[in-house]
Design a protein around this ligand. Structure first.
Ligand code: PHE
Length: 456
């Protein structure tokens, strides 16, 4: 029997309004992925053509999958594992779909373990910025500050610990209470500050070269690995393919439009990434830095600008504060699905569950920390331990998770259920969503994979 969602309620309450949901979802989407990761992987993969493929992936694959995830979450009203099991049974007659939820929960653990390390650097930079250390420091000096931080596992371990404590704190109190208030102020502030920095880049940076790097597509520089990275990053930046959006969708009131919300979130997320690139690359070119240098890119480039700007000490402090908040709201989203799952399946309390899961992730984080110090030369697979973790989750686990979600929403769920959730009836817009979810998104993901492993 196909149950309608009106019969099911979330065990954790609901978002208080549509705006809150948009903010919470964009709080989860906007994070280190936009400001730290997007510029650095765009740099590593040669810029323009990569950015174009990324944008196509976001709108063609990301949008229908995000809608699918929200609708599955709202219909199941449980944590991702139980939602997939429940709906799998209702719609497809098998409990096996819970594997998709399970893989998502594992991805949450893995991602947060290294995410928190980078977020820890952002926290550290609030204090570096406030100390005035960047004032008139040249590119070499700025580089040394970063190496000093990441080269010491004790120092970066402490910042990582602080970030995990902050995240556990909010998740333990319940996402809604902690999160709703925070995102309302932080998201607009972040955009405001990025616009200010954009002004600096336009005047002081090499803006023309930065724009050309980001938007002039040089297809000969795009490798199949670059295409896979663009696809993986589309999933990562939208927080899809791992159940995080499903977990948030479970708290979504029935009358909220999934279509409008997804579209808004995707536009916010994409604008912030592009804005971050437009701030960072002009600075990179003006100071002769290497756009392909890797994970340290923003920590090597932005502080130079802060050091030159009047009031730069304050701007640096506020910027890293906002980056920390952006990372924080994403870290919270990463923890929510494992926590909701343990609470619902074991009947454990929220605080204790959050502490337990937080401790495991915290311990795992040290492997990533050591990738920048003691284990920096220990490379295998795609690079250091940190690189491998990132590759495995973003480029493999999330696209596969997204693929399964699209198949489930497009082929397994009956059209009545999905059109009901999307409140679209059977009109043309619904037809488009269904077509993208059944054919375009899964086929595109498969093509990119086959291309990356050299089959085509
Ligand atoms: N989307 C977040 C970012 O771009 C990362 C994230 C991934 C958060 C998956 C939650 C789930 O920083």
């Amino acid at each position: 029997m196909v149950q309608s969602d009106t019969q099911r309620r979330s065990l954790h309450g609901q978002w208080s309004s549509r705006l809150t949901f948009i903010l919470a979802l964009s709080g989860s989407a906007v994070g280190l992925g936009n400001i730290w990761k997007f510029p650095y992987i765009a740099g590593v993969n040669g810029g323009g053509a990569f950015v174009l493929v990324y944008l196509v992936c976001v709108f063609v694959i990301g949008l229908p999958i995000m809608m699918s995830e929200i609708l599955i979450g709202r219909r199941g009203r449980r944590n991702p594992i139980d939602t997939m099991r429940l709906l799998g049974e209702e719609e497809g007659g098998t409990k096996r779909w819970r594997v998709v939820g399970f893989l998502g929960v594992i991805a949450s653990f893995l991602i947060l373990s290294y995410y928190s390390v980078v977020a820890g650097w952002a926290v550290a930079y609030i204090f570096e910025g406030a100390s005035g250390i960047f004032v008139d420091t040249d590119a070499v000096g700025v580089g040394e500050i970063f190496e000093e931080l990441t080269g010491s596992w004790v120092t970066s371990g402490l910042w990582h610990t602080l970030f995990m404590v902050m995240t556990v704190f909010v998740v333990a109190r319940g996402v809604k209470q902690g999160l709703e208030r925070a995102v309302r102020i932080l998201m607009p502030a972040l955009i405001g500050l990025l616009l200010l920095l954009l002004g600096y880049s336009m005047i002081e940076g090499n803006f023309a070269e930065g724009v050309a790097f980001m938007f002039a597509p040089k297809f000969d520089e795009l490798t199949s690995e670059g295409v896979l990275a663009a696809l993986g990053h589309a999933f990562f930046t939208l927080s899809i393919g791992m159940g995080a959006v499903m977990a948030y969708g479970a708290y979504l009131p029935e009358e909220t439009s999934i279509v409008a919300t997804s579209f808004a979130v995707i536009c916010i997320d994409t604008s912030i990434a592009i804005l971050a690139g437009l701030v960072i690359f002009p600075i990179v070119f003006a100071y002769g830095l290497d756009p392909a240098e890797g994970p340290g890119l923003i920590f090597h480039s932005l502080p130079i600008a802060f050091g030159q700007l009047p009031g730069g000490t304050v701007i640096a402090t506020v910027f890293f504060l906002l980056l920390t908040f952006a990372a924080w709201t994403s870290g919270i989203a990463l923890m929510e699905s494992p926590v909701a799952w343990l609470m619902e399946s074991r009947g454990m309390g929220r605080p204790i569950t959050a502490i337990l899961i937080g401790t495991i992730i915290w311990a795992m984080g040290f492997l990533s920390i050591l990738s920048f110090s003691a284990l920096a030369d220990f490379e295998f697979g795609w690079g250091t331990f940190f690189d491998n973790l990132d590759f495995l989750t973003s480029n493999i686990m999330l696209p596969l998770g997204g693929f399964a979600i699209a198949i489930f929403a497009g082929w397994i769920m009956c059209a009545n259920s999905t059109s009901d959730e999307l409140s679209m009836g059977v009109g043309r817009r619904y037809g488009m969503w269904r077509w993208f979810t059944r054919f375009v998104a899964p086929v595109a993901v498969m093509l990119v994979f086959l291309n990356a492993i050299g089959v085509i």
